[in-house]
Design a protein. Sequence first.
Length: 136
Amino acid sequence: MKYLLTLICFLIFTVSCTSDSEKKSAGAMDTGRDFIRATLDGDFKSAETFLLSDPQNTQLFDSYKKFYLRLPAEKKAAYKKASYNINTYSEVNDSVKIINYSNSYMKEPMNIKVVRSENKWAVDFKYTSADSTENQ
């Protein structure tokens, strides 16, 4: 009985300690929201878990990270403090969704593309305008 109680306590502790970055988003909207929040927060480790895995996406996202890291601290703080609003959610087909959103800091509408790949949803960063980081 004591062994069973110890095992149950261990399992509850293990499940409750799972970090948010280890949890995978269930749907396209959740994936998009989690990616948006992580990038606004500058939490690139979490954001990368939602990124479609391909060389071009990785290269573009690495460029974005370098751009973000060069921002002044007050801009990073403003992004982290910013809220975001989903303006539209478009279902292109059963495997492709487009999320148009804006954040309270930049107030400029932006799109991200979320695709189903290998039975999970992921952000296709290639869809994001390549020059969007130059205007910020």
